[in-house]
Design a protein around this ligand. Structure first.
Ligand code: PMT
Length: 414
């Protein structure tokens, strides 16, 4: 395991608590490289962190003459970057992509697991700008710990205290453990809806936005995997990473072809896409005019009714489980489906686990507006023949991370 952590310290009174964090990590032989902002050095001397970590403290973009591009070297030097304490200012800068000192340029160049432990005055922490920044960062795959409640240095009482260093150390340890869990593994992920055309302007589809699938892709990359992300039409940007192959598709049949091709080398397939089960039997190459549609219509109870014939699409995950059984894919390929349900969520998901030949199914209640389609958060039950594991409500990235941890632990143990 790569046991190195970058620790960013910013200008909060709580900067002194980062000493305890360094001590906790070093005690477990975790190498700590501290990066301080200029404001942090007003509150704590770099010499303290140098003594505790045993490493020189990085302070300035140009302070290492031996390193031609200091922030890039730092960003690539560890799989986990913890910023504790992280002021409201730095939270907001990171959300906006501002990179105007060593710490923020390093964070922008960093591709591993970024963990922020906020510390700020209650008003600054609860300010709409800060809370929106926290949500935006979480949606991008940054772990933002919840600030503690209590008495603050300014005398206010409320949320804004730095979380306990033991909690931050636990999160860093967990991230380190998982940072290589999927190294050398090929993970294929489907995301978003499919669109089934009637004609060039009309289609059948569903409400999937791709957020869950894209969160899975980011989490798998952070855990060291090589990822193929096969996505239906969504408005999200694909993660940029040398280990990611992006395949954009429109219809279920296109998705099926792309998945079967990618699955040939896959170790895990995560099917988060909401694939349309049916498509129009006939697709017109030109826009159907009202008069053409009216030829298909009849008048019923005073309304014009058009009858459209739909035919069944291939069930992609069933195709995969059949190909695996036939020996066409890796025998130990792990197949993970998602079940989008509005009622009898768990029992319907269980039924799909068996009928589609899956190893895991993630039961997702899409009747709720706060989770499921389009929401920033999710809350799921992971079902496998070995048992059920709930994942509590959290950002889709956090749910993705926990799901991948669960799958890797379960499959490594068997
Ligand atoms: O994209 P978001 O807005 O973030 O929303 C996330 C989500 C709700 C779409 C996601 O979490 C989810 O639940 N995805 C599965 C949606 C779905 O199609 O469920 P299903 O119960 O109809 O299908 C069960 C499984 O079979 C799924 O893994 C699906 O990808 C797969 N399937 C379905 C039909 C089909 N023809 N081929 C398939 O492979």
């Amino acid at each position: 395991m790569d046991k190195r952590v970058l620790l960013g310290v910013t200008g909060s009174i709580a900067a002194y608590k980062a000493c305890e964090l360094v001590r906790l990590l070093v005690k477990e032989d975790i190498g700590v490289q501290v990066v301080m902002t200029a404001h942090a050095t007003e509150l704590m001397g770099p010499a303290t962190f140098r003594s505790l970590s045993g490493n020189p403290v990085a302070l300035d973009l140009f302070d290492d003459p031996g390193a031609p591009i200091h922030h890039i070297e730092l960003a690539q030097s560890a799989p986990v970057f913890v910023i504790a304490p992280c002021t409201a200012n730095v939270v907001n800068k990171l959300a906006a992509g501002v990179a105007d000192d060593l710490l923020t340029t390093t964070a922008l160049a960093f591709t591993g697991r970024l963990i922020l432990a906020p510390a700020a005055n209650t008003q600054m922490y609860l300010d709409v700008a800060t809370q929106e920044s926290i949500r935006a960062l979480q949606a991008r795959g940054v772990t933002v710990l919840t600030a503690d409640n209590g008495e603050l240095a300014c005398g206010d009482v409320g949320p804004g205290r730095l979380p306990d260093p033991r909690v931050i150390a636990d999160e860093a340890r967990r991230a380190l453990r998982s940072s290589e869990a999927l190294a050398g593994r090929h993970v294929v992920i489907t995301a978003g809806p499919t669109r089934e055309d009637f004609d060039p302007v009309r289609f059948v589809s569903n409400h999937s936005t791709g957020r869950m699938g894209y969160a899975l892709a980011r989490a798998a990359l952070q855990m060291g995997a090589t990822v193929t992300l096969i996505s239906g039409p969504v408005s999200l940007p694909a993660p940029v990473d040398a280990r990611l192959e992006f395949v954009g598709v429109t219809s279920a049949r296109e998705m099926s072809a792309a998945v079967l091709q990618a699955a040939a080398t896959a170790d895990i397939v995560l099917a988060a896409a909401a694939v349309a089960d049916f498509r129009p039997r006939i697709t017109s190459e030109v826009k159907l005019k009202k008069y053409a549609l009216s030829e298909l219509s009849e008048l019923r109870e005073g309304e014009t009714v058009i009858t459209v014939e739909l035919v069944q699409n291939p069930d992609i995950v069933t195709q995969l489980s059949e190909a695996r059984a036939a020996g066409a894919l890796k025998r130990d390929l792990v197949l993970v489906g998602f079940a989008a349900e509005t009622n009898d969520v768990d029992s319907n998901a269980r039924e799909k686990l068996a009928s589609k030949g899956l190893d895991f199914i993630v039961a997702n209640d899409v009747s709720r507006a706060d989770i499921g389609f389009g929401a920033a958060e999710n809350e799921v039950l992971v079902i496998s023949p070995e048992g059920d594991t709930p994942i509590a409500k959290a950002s889709k990235f956090e749910v993705a991370w926990q799901l991948l941890e669960l799958i890797t632990q379960a499959t490594n143990a068997s």
